[in-house]
Design a protein around this ligand. Structure first.
Ligand code: SF4
Length: 233
């Protein structure tokens, strides 16, 4: 099991300054040692999907299956999310999926690896990868899945339970909007000609799997994602 640390060097030093594409970032993230989570996990699980995605989903961290396969959202929660994306009417071909923390944090109980929520130190250490991904993405909607992703993007005071399903301006609603400003495409400061972006927070699909009333929790997730789908139309 990974020991908890109070501080971590962070991912910034592992991000090549000249990395222009998500593929280059993904390759570099494979060698990240920005916090101790790399030690026990199998591999870095970077984001995946369409670089021109209209919707970017940000979750918490890879789970057991994601850690083994090296791909985000391929376990039970990922399957549920894909069903919810379909039911909400979002086009699965136009999404990008990533996590706030790119290594699996777990506790070993016998032979079982039990998910542990990342601490603030891990979220902070890994945040440069998220910022770097966003610098190469131009979503119209950012969907924040659960409290860890909300902490990474919106800060510690944001409460998903209170503000889920609300469309907020992006990146103005971020805790540090300057990290997510669109990169000007010319020396006059003109930004890419894309529609203004919005952010919507909802529960993580794993919370649906843990809920006492899974049907109700699933309906709530789909209702929130339907708001995102309507905003795109
Ligand atoms: S969790 Fe993030 S910061 Fe920590 S080692 Fe993995 S990629 Fe690097």
């Amino acid at each position: 099991m990974a020991e908890q640390t109070e501080t971590a060097p962070g991912a910034q030093r592992f991000i090549p300054p000249g990395a222009d594409t998500l593929d280059e970032l993904r390759a570099a993230a494979g060698g990240c040692r920005g916090c101790e989570l790399y030690r026990d996990a199998s591999q870095t699980v970077f984001g995946r999907g369409d670089e021109r995605a209209r919707v970017v989903f940000v979750g918490e961290q890879p789970g057991d299956m994601e850690d083994q396969k090296g791909l985000p959202f391929v376990g039970p929660a990922g399957r549920l999310l894909r069903r919810a994306v379909d039911d909400a009417g979002l086009d699965p071909g136009h999404i990008y999926l990533t996590n706030a923390v790119k290594h699996f944090r777990f506790e070993l109980r016998g032979k079982r690896r039990i998910h542990q929520t990342p601490d603030r130190v891990h979220i902070t250490a890994c945040r440069p990868w998220l910022v770097a991904e966003f610098a190469r993405l131009h979503p119209e909607i950012v969907v924040v899945l659960g409290a860890t992703a909300a902490k990474a993007l919106l800060g510690p005071n944001f409460r998903v339970t209170r503000q889920r399903g609300e469309l907020l301006p992006w990146p103005a609603s971020a805790q540090h909007p300057e990290d997510f400003q669109r990169v000007p495409v010319d020396s006059a400061g003109k930004v890419a000609d894309t529609p203004p972006a919005q952010l919507l927070a909802t529960i993580h699909p794993s919370a649906v799997l843990r809920a006492d009333d899974q049907d109700k929790a699933y309906e709530g997730l789909v209702a929130d994602l339907t708001v995102a789908a309507s905003a795109l139309a």
